[in-house]
Design a protein around this ligand. Structure first.
Ligand code: GLN
Length: 274
């Protein structure tokens, strides 16, 4: 068995996340950390707290994602506030962050994150790559407010831009543009699991009839925003490696597709030759 298979198998094994989620709900309700949970297991819980924890558990059982119930999620070992206006950061997206961190090593970067949501991609890059001038763009005012809170709580400075990327051009000149745009085909959305289709914002998911609307558009405008030698790096769906690299090859060189830890295509990136 290869490593990626092992990760996949272990993931299946863990799909019943009940023990982990129960602990999270109890720690959140009581305002305690994992150490106290382990050490104070014999302490009495008030009826009010118990009832609170049960009501959160009922929300979870009805399909609301744990991150929305708690109001935060972990990404790149950082904590991000999440709410109904933002997608929940996925561990798969860390592949994009790690890729950009590797490429940016040793130089100052002006970075634009398009469709930033919680801000998790841009903020993590800026956090781990000190020499970053960060701009975060999103169509949703609420998402941008959330990104601002997340930048602040993680000690990162960011310029915020509210714009509809399909109709407006961001201002500025950049060395790197990153985006995890909406990339689900419109027709597939009703078939997604309850957690996603009934709770996460559809504007953050819907990539149009073929799921590629944002890739085509962003790859089209990126040359106007990037310096010569600048990089565009996308998160992509597991089955979009070929289609997104074809789109990118029109204006970018050295286009490559990178796999995530499960062995699925997850990032497409290329360099703007000028
Ligand atoms: N950039 C954000 C994330 O990766 C939001 C992406 C989106 O809304 N499609 O979580």
């Amino acid at each position: 068995m290869v490593i990626s298979e092992l990760v996949r198998e272990i993931k299946k094994e863990l799909s019943d996340n009940a023990a982990f989620e129960a602990a999270e709900i109890v720690m959140f309700t009581l305002g305690i950390d994992r150490t106290s949970l382990l050490l104070c297991g014999k302490n009495e819980v008030s009826e009010t707290d118990a009832e609170k924890a049960f009501s959160l558990a009922r929300r979870r059982r009805s399909g609301e994602p744990l991150a929305y119930i708690l109001g935060f999620a972990e990404f790149m070992s950082l904590t991000f506030e999440v709410n109904e206006a933002t997608l929940i950061p996925r561990s798969d997206t860390e592949t994009l962050v790690e890729y950009v961190l590797e490429k940016a090593r040793g130089r100052r970067i002006r970075l634009l994150d398009i469709g930033t949501g919680t801000g998790c991609i841009g903020i993590s890059i800026a956090k781990y790559h000190g020499d970053t001038v960060l701009s975060l763009a999103d169509i949703s005012r609420k998402a941008l407010e959330t990104a601002a809170v997340n930048a602040e709580r993680n000690g990162v400075k960011a310029e915020l831009m509210r714009l509809d990327i399909l109709n407006e051009l961001p201002r500025g000149v950049y060395d790197i543009i990153v985006s995890n745009p909406p990339y689900i085909k419109s027709g597939v959305i009703p078939t997604l699991q309850t957690e996603v289709k009934d709770h996460e914002p559809v504007t953050a998911l819907d990539g149009g009839v073929d799921g590629l609307v944002f890739y085509r558009h962003i790859a089209g405008i990126a040359p106007k925003l990037l310096t010569k030698g600048g990089m565009l790096a996308f998160e992509i769906g597991y089955d979009q490696g070929e289609s997104v690299s074809e789109i990118m090859k029109k204006s970018f060189c050295g286009v490559e597709v990178i796999k995530d830890l499960c062995g699925n295509d997850r990032v497409a990136a290329g360099v703007f030759g000028g």
